[in-house]
Design a protein around this ligand. Structure first.
Ligand code: HEC
Ligand code: HEC
Length: 412
């Protein structure tokens, strides 16, 4: 696999500029571009088929995604990190230290009086960070990759409903179901899946969020303490001993709507990394992946429907997920329901982009909702509940077969 020096985002932007540059200069200059990563080797390349206007908007959104906030530009009063990219480094799977702690449920008002639904463990000078309250169930969440979000959003609800098998009518021990959630009142009906009524959640480790817009607005508000017209009031620590009103001097809203929409467009147009080459061993691994029952949840390909962004319409999405909720057993349960997801259910994690994971995490791997697994082998062995049968089938394989299956999964 090709490696490239420096910051992955800078390298990717280099590739973009490089690509545009290559169009104007002659092939003789191509040696200038030898440091740029090949197509499909980066986490922040745009989808194919964007118009030049859409591409320009993508570059603008990429900058906003990387923009670091400070107290002067509105950070806080309480927050978790200073930019989207600081948690979603390389737009890929995050690091353990960038995890979020969630608590409270819809039924208990997300324990807002204790600072729920999220522990903001950092604060600007003059404000007090939150601490996880004693005696409540805390759910640790590793940052999820953000590439391919537009494709995930563009999969019609009918496709997900057709995959669901709530009562396990086919008796395979797997009963995936959708998470019906209501979205925030600020999401306009013109957004994909934006119309009123309960909608199928797709984003977050429990598929608790319906739209990229809501995920983005809440990330600004909850994760960075950045207000927008969608969420105009500051998020505060209700248990702070000192009043923190004065700690954040920036006037609200701290980002204009255009900035939020630029980030939404960026995520929508962000391509997933291309899968690695198919080899004989990986072909064997693919067959074993299917025969062991992995593909029953990690559906290799879903398809998008109509979409105003042409690059997203009627496309295959090789994400290796059904985007459904599965009971994964006691050991993985967080006992914190979310929408209609129970405290034992998790959304099948898409496996695309796994082959680049270690490249962005200094050779390390953090897998599963809380990052507890350090390798794909360990992640598989942690599958319980509806995943138990496939896990046992994997463990029963010969070492050579397991190696082939792992090679396949780690090449996606
Ligand atoms: C403090 C770290 C942190 C920051 C800062 C952050 N995120 Fe996240 N992000 C997370 C975590 C953790 C999750 C998984 C949340 C969950 O499951 O509840 C997530 C999930 C997401 C997802 C859903 C991906 C999926 O398929 O489930 C998107 C999209 C996203 N973030 C976008 C953003 C944007 C845009 C920003 C900046 C405006 C941002 N994030 C800032 C930690 C962060
Ligand atoms: C019953 C559905 C189901 C089956 C069958 C299943 N998985 Fe999973 N898989 C999940 C869910 C749900 C998660 C997320 C669990 C969590 O985060 O706690 C997951 C997580 C993973 C992860 C971690 C990905 C990441 O980025 O964190 C890997 C790798 C994985 N599965 C591979 C496999 C393989 C290989 C098989 C077959 C041996 C398999 N799975 C069978 C549902 C399933």
């Amino acid at each position: 696999m090709r490696r490239f020096p420096g910051h992955p985002r800078a390298a990717a932007r280099g590739a973009l500029i490089g690509a545009a540059f290559a169009l104007v200069v002659s092939a003789a200059c191509s040696s200038l571009l030898t440091e740029a990563p090949a197509d499909g080797e980066v986490f922040d390349a745009p989808l194919d088929g964007l118009t030049s206007v859409e591409l320009a908007a993508f570059v603008r959104g990429d900058e906003e995604f990387a923009r670091r906030f400070s107290p002067a530009t509105g950070l806080g009063p309480v927050f978790n990190n200073v930019s989207c990219a600081s948690c979603h480094g390389g737009d890929g799977r995050g690091r353990l230290e960038h995890s979020l702690q969630r608590f409270g449920t819809e039924a208990d008002g997300f324990l807002a009086h204790l600072g729920g639904p999220q522990v903001q463990d950092r604060a600007v000078p003059g404000a007090e960070p939150e601490r996880a309250p004693a005696g409540v169930a805390i759910s640790l969440r590793l940052p999820a990759p953000v590439f391919g979000a537009g494709l995930i959003e563009a999969i019609p609800e009918s496709v997900l409903l057709a995959l669901a098998d709530q009562d396990d009518r086919n008796s395979d021990g797997i009963s995936g179901r959708v998470n019906w959630v209501s979205h925030a009142p600020y999401v306009p009906a013109s957004e994909p899946n934006g119309s009123a009524g309960p909608r199928i959640g797709r984003f977050g480790r429990k598929a608790q969020t319906v739209t990229i817009l809501q995920q983005t607005v809440e990330a600004y508000h909850q994760d960075m303490g950045i207000t927008s017209e969608f969420r105009p009031s500051e998020n505060r620590n209700p248990l702070a001993a000192v009043a923190t009103e004065a700690a954040d001097h920036a006037s609200d809203p701290e980002v204009p709507t255009a900035t939020v929409l630029a980030v939404v467009h960026y995520l929508r147009a962000l391509a997933p990394p291309a899968p690695g080459e198919m080899t004989a061993q990986r072909r064997d691994g693919d067959a074993l992946f299917r025969s062991a029952g992995c593909a029953a949840c990690h559906t290799p390909t879903l398809r998008t429907g109509a979409h105003p962004l042409r690059a997203l319409a009627d496309r295959d999405v090789p994400l290796y997920s059904d985007l459904l909720l599965h009971d994964m057993g006691d050991a993985l349960a967080d006992q914190r329901p979310d929408g209609s997801a129970t405290g034992r259910e998790w959304r099948t994690t898409p496996l695309w982009g796994l082959r680049l994971m270690r490249q962005f995490l200094n050779g390390q791997a953090f897998l599963m909702h809380d990052g507890r697994a350090r390798s794909v082998d360990e992640a598989i062995r942690l599958h319980g509940g509806e995943g138990q049968r496939a896990r046992d089938a994997y463990v029963a394989l010969s070492p050579a077969q397991r190696a082939a299956l792992l090679d396949f999964v780690e090449s996606r």
